[in-house]
Design a protein around this ligand. Sequence first.
Ligand SMILES: [Zn+2]
Length: 503
Amino acid sequence: MSKRVLVAGFRHETNTFSRLATDLAAYDARDLYYGDDILTQFAGTRSEAAAFLDAGKRCGWQIVPSIYADATPSGKVTREVFDHVTGVLLKVLDQQGPFDAILLCLHGAMVAEHVDDGEGELLSQLRDRVGPVVPIGVTLDLHANVTDRMAALADVMVSYRTYPHVDAYHVGTEVADLIARTLEGEIRPRTLVARGPMLDGADHGRTTAPGPMTEALALAKQFESEPSVLAISINAGFPWADIRDTGPSVVVVGNGENSNHAEIASVIIEHIYKNRERTTIETVSVADAVARMRKRGKKGCPIVVADFADNPGGGGYGDATGLLKGMLDAKLKNAAFANIYDPDAAAACTQAGEGAEITVTLGGRLDPSTGAPIKVTGTVVRLTDGNFAYEGPMSKGVKVKMGSTAVLRVNGPPLSRLRRDSGIDIVIASRRYQAYDQNFFKHAGIDLARKKVVAVKSAHHFRAAFAPIASDIVLVDEGGGITSRNFKMLPYKKVRRPVWPLD
Ligand SMILES: [Zn+2]
């Protein structure tokens, strides 16, 4: 009889410094699917969920998709959401079980209102229900904050090994294959984790340039050649979560109990600790970035500028205005900016209609201390429903639902003369998204080949899609956004001490 495998996803990267609670509406706005809708959403994409579905076909499993929930990084997950998702999962286990295995797409940095270790609590509830024997395989983001509880409760846990995360499908396949071998009785996986006294490190996980992360991964690969080692993950951690276990970690999945596996984890984490201060991340002020935009931007080969400190992909509000204001004050030509999160401004543009000239207040609503609202006058050059699919190497095929979206052209010619040099095309979105794909611009008719400057709210993921067209890349960290690397400005209370770089 074919094996029955439960597939589910419950993902969140929680920035505990955010004022925005992550409620059901936040999940609904991004990804909240049940049962067979999960197949419709993910089959054929480059996601880990798709890898689980494909593994099911390959191995002849009967896959039972239950729930898939993902929200844009923001503040703590509400208890209502947590109980809802776990409730659905437990119900499927009760009503459609028994299952031979469970495959989960998790992030690894979820903090809920009532529990700091979201994934540990989820795994604990599932484990209580299915007992110790049913294997649980988990994929994680490489920005996971992995706890001992998570490692103890999962049989197999493997994180992405790329940042930008372009290997989600690959990692999903790896986890599913290890679970398949477990079900065949070929292996008995055990997972353990090691952390060091650091909040940050491993170059925040960057794999686009040689540095501490690529070195740690190379070291892990060497150890993976040992026969009893099944998989090693390097997690850079998610430093904007104030919980005890935040920070880089090494996760080793070994075959059976073997003290050598703990030794391997500690050798790698010590290597990361020794190299914690080395980084390839270089950030500049808004003024310096604007000076570079003026000098280096070329049509068709733009300078790409990232608003590092307000990255919605790390829980940033997406409505901080510091960088945008700098660009507007400089009266840049042939520039584009994606996205500023402002449902009210998007609605005002929609009401005014394409071609209308309008004055709106933009951004700075959620926490004006990270960039106050700005008043801008421009032409509404395009309105969209905000629906499109990622086309770049990261998340290719996965759908985006930004809600009502407007492109407001400021300092540019009116619609009738649009082929002339434009001012700044600002994409105003009704939902918070990190702009790491060219389709954030293209879906709204913005021709990047005509731009000298392209600005995005993103920290690093944008490189996968934008580095190929960029003449230069600049990161801006100014204005106190809640994804700033100026950790000492953030009010940590729960993280274990002493911890680098706070102490
Ligand atoms: Zn990540």
